[in-house]
Design a protein. Structure first.
Length: 320
């Protein structure tokens, strides 16, 4: 257990320094390929009915989640049989690959840099790399909001939630969570052809993110208060707007972020050519501006460090 805790700190440090280097093999890519492969097979096997596709999605979820946790568990056990230091090194690398602090900042800052260059098309392309919505129609304000929303939401999905599961069960449980989150990202849509096969993956992602999303929202509120942001408004908007989203979890951190920064997020968005009507989050105390992107990145970094220290501290208090 102590070795896994040390691996989390080492992996977190590596992530802050290296992020996700391009060309470096990443297990989440393998998980994504597995999901696509299973989807093709299960669509052929199960009846092309609502119930058949839902059942296929459930089996896809089970196979992917079990494999994602079992493979690193076996690899770490094998490394431990050779030498404890080899296991520590392997788990540290795994923890690094599970976290996405620096890569989230780097990708969102590409949007900021493109906006600063005055190239709107380049900005739309950069934001399309980090959001699921269609970006062709976005103006500058829409691009900024999309980037800020993504950093705020992924402060939980890509940072706090992985840390939560890493602390609970080491790298195997961390990869289990990444598989759950990846299945939701790839299949959890309400539009054809995913509205049935993605139903169970989407619901289970909501379940596994329920606690981490709320913890992350409170940590983000604390990080904002320590940074001199408007914590009172952050708390007000959090209480009012934290359920203004189709997902029970996504607006938890988005609402805190909108309140702390005094801006309005969310609203209608296009997905796969279909307009989705969405509630707005926050009050437009001021218009969004480009500087909001690096500002929300700093807020995310502070939230990440607080999550690391507090999650590990609580576990150490109760188990060591």
């Amino acid at each position: 257990m102590k070795q896994s805790m040390l691996a989390i700190f080492i992996g977190f440090g590596i992530d802050l320094l290296a992020g996700d280097p391009h060309g470096f093999p990443h297990p989440v890519i393998a998980i994504g390929k597995m999901i696509r492969w299973l989807e093709k097979i299960l669509r052929r096997i199960f009846p092309k009915t609502r119930r058949g596709e839902i059942a296929g999605g459930g089996l896809l979820w089970l196979i992917t989640a079990v494999c994602a946790g079992a493979v690193p568990f076996f690899l770490l056990w094998l490394c431990g049989q050779i030498h404890p230091w080899l296991r520590l090194a392997a788990e540290s690398v795994m923890c690094w690959q599970i976290l996405a602090v620096k890569s989230l900042r780097d990708e969102s800052m590409k949007v900021y840099n493109a906006l600063e260059s005055g190239d709107l098309e380049k900005s739309r392309y950069a934001v399309s790399m980090i959001v699921g919505r269609d970006t062709q129609r976005l103006d500058e304000a829409g691009i900024i909001r999309a980037a800020v929303e993504t950093v705020a939401e992924n402060a939980s999905d890509g940072v706090a939630a992985p840390l939560f599961f890493l602390v609970l069960g080491g790298a195997p449980l961390g990869f289990f969570y990444k598989a759950v989150n990846t299945m939701d990202s790839m299949l959890g849509y309400t539009d054809p052809p995913y509205q049935n096969i993605g139903r169970i993956p989407a619901r289970l992602d909501d379940l596994f993110n329920w606690i981490p999303a709320r913890l992350c929202a409170l940590l983000m509120l604390a990080a904002g208060a320590l940074s001199g942001m408007d914590a009172k408004n952050g708390w007000r908007i959090f209480r009012r707007d934290r359920y203004c989203h189709a997902s029970p979890n996504s607006a938890q951190t988005e609402s805190v972020c909108a309140g702390l920064m005094g801006i309005q997020l969310a609203g209608d968005a296009w997905y796969h050519g279909i307009l989705h009507r969405k509630k707005k989050i926050g009050d437009p105390i001021r218009p969004v501006k480009r500087q909001d992107i690096p500002d929300v990145c700093r807020l995310m970094y502070k939230t990440a460090v607080m999550a690391l220290v507090i999650f590990c501290g609580v576990k150490a208090l109760f188990f060591f």
